[in-house]
Ligand binder design. Sequence first.
Ligand code: GUN
Length: 283
Amino acid sequence: MPAQILDGKIISAQLEAELKLRVDAMVAQGNIPGLTVILVGDDPASQTYVANKEKACARLGVRSTTLRMPADTTQEALEAEIIKANADPAVHGILVQLPLPRHLDSDRALSLILPEKDVDGFHDINAGRLSRGLDCVVACTPKGALHMLKTAGIDISGKEAVVVGRSNIVGKPMALLLLQENATVTVCHSRTKDLAEHTRRADILVAAIGKPRFITADMVKEGAVVVDVGINRVDGKLCGDVDFEPVAEKASWITPVPGGVGKMTIAMLMSNTVDAAEKAFAK
Ligand code: GUN
């Protein structure tokens, strides 16, 4: 039987509706949540992501500022903007769009963002607290993927979860979140020997590789839950890291691309921004 769809459009719309009520309540008190996005250079994918973030802010009534900086921006100039946003009480969330041009040190830049304004959850303090199971800002894409599983009522505790990809943005935090939910977690990567042997054991399979249609049906267990984090462009069309149609014939649940995890990333960015603003205004 073909898989049920984990629909990012529906789940993110529900979440946004809840967030809108929280923003409206803040605005009624004269408190306007603010997000500053720093975009360096003119990477086309980054431009699209940032435009989608701006639209989400507009839908919710969050004040959004995008600082567009040229590709030859210096480390000092980037850091000066981060420091300015840190000090601005009207800014509750700061996001530096990645990837940065190669001459810039993104780790250094990210570590300058105040942890309480780090709505991406990329600061060492937030990443470290996540690894210890402490309250923290959680990276938007894995947080969104987990929210989809929970919304669908998918049981995670005791399940075999396999995450393919070990990035700081998705793979590592995803593995930690699944571990926190009591899954038995395996993280696979480009040096993993016999990848399919691992993926075929997965009750929950998360693909965060960045290669179009990499996960094929023979790599997936019958009845698995398949979460596709990939966003690839092939011949002008978007596709994920999962070979969607054949895998959907075997899986019990699957996220589509587009309309899956990507929608949740934006919704979770809004959620982290609203959380940060509420905490700042409560002080
Ligand atoms: N580039 C791709 N995904 C992300 C993300 O979640 N946050 C930021 N800041 N940059 C990205």
